[in-house]
Design a protein around this ligand. Structure first.
Ligand SMILES: [Fe+2]
Ligand SMILES: [Fe+2]
Length: 259
């Protein structure tokens, strides 16, 4: 069994310091096998914001599988946005835009879905799709395969490709709303369904009607359990607010009602 923490949308520059500090301590106590961060480290891709995000990232248990979000690309500096959109991210967060962590039980693969032409929207490039499918296809059937991107994967063809190549779980952010379901609910992906998990914003003060939150996944070959942890202002800590269980079936992953 492996535990994977999924945090997203930190938005340093508009982050709640008390929540960020409590989160880093909480994740230290959870001591997961890996931490995935699905983008929007900063509010406006400014140097000081990246530095804060870097310090926070350093405080989290390792290994980290991280991808950039649309807020990690400069919005107003058009020169930087088009010539070197991920310059700040690469300098302060990581130069690795193809992160991968794999062991005998699970693999976590990062995919950059940002595109400078559209500040908010995301896209899956053909090059990245081929690369991720190649990695997925090269992994053993025994390994549960997780793909991490910032934007929810709305490109049905891309999702179908990745599911066919072996993707079991998609982790995304951007919407600042927690969700756990499977691809058959979201897209008409024939054949085999995968698990779709979206994280709320872990530390941003810009929430969409729900408290700051992150996900903890318990992953094994036959079952994946997704626990959503939400911020409890009165106690100044995080607590489980929702649990979704998925079981492997011949048609892929489906919501399990086993206790
Ligand atoms: Fe965001
Ligand atoms: Fe975003």
């Amino acid at each position: 069994m492996r535990t994977l923490v999924h945090v997203s949308d930190l938005h340093f520059g508009r982050a709640d310091r008390a929540v960020a500090d409590a989160l880093s301590q909480f994740l230290g106590r959870l001591n997961p096998h890996a931490v995935a961060v699905s983008g929007d480290f900063t509010q406006r891709a400014r140097r000081a914001q990246f530095r804060e995000a870097r310090t926070f990232l350093e405080s989290l248990p390792r290994p980290h599988i991280v991808v950039p979000g649309n807020h990690d690309i400069p919005l107003y500096n058009l020169f930087a946005r088009f010539l070197n959109p991920l310059g700040g991210y690469r300098r302060h967060i990581t130069d690795d835009l193809e992160p991968l962590h794999a062991d005998t039980e699970f693999a976590v693969i990062g995919m950059n879905t940002t595109q400078p032409k559209s500040h908010k929207g995301g896209a899956v490039s053909d090059v990245d799709l081929q690369r991720v499918c190649g990695v997925l296809g090269g992994l053993s059937e025994d390994v549960v395969k997780v793909v991490v991107g910032h934007h929810p994967f709305d490109d049905r063809a891309a999702v179908e490709h990745m599911v066919k190549a072996g993707a079991d779980v998609f982790l995304t952010g951007h919407l600042h709303v927690t969700y756990a379901g499977h691809t058959a609910e979201r897209y008409d992906v024939g054949g085999r369904s995968a698990i779709v998990v979206e994280a709320g914003t872990a530390t941003s003060t810009r929430m969409r009607g729900e408290a700051n939150a992150f996900n903890l996944l318990h992953i094994d070959r036959e079952q994946v359990v997704v626990e959503c942890y939400g911020w409890q202002p009165a106690e100044q800590t995080f607590a489980i607010c929702d649990v979704t269980r998925f079981a492997r079936t011949p048609g892929g992953w489906s919501t399990s009602h086993r206790p």
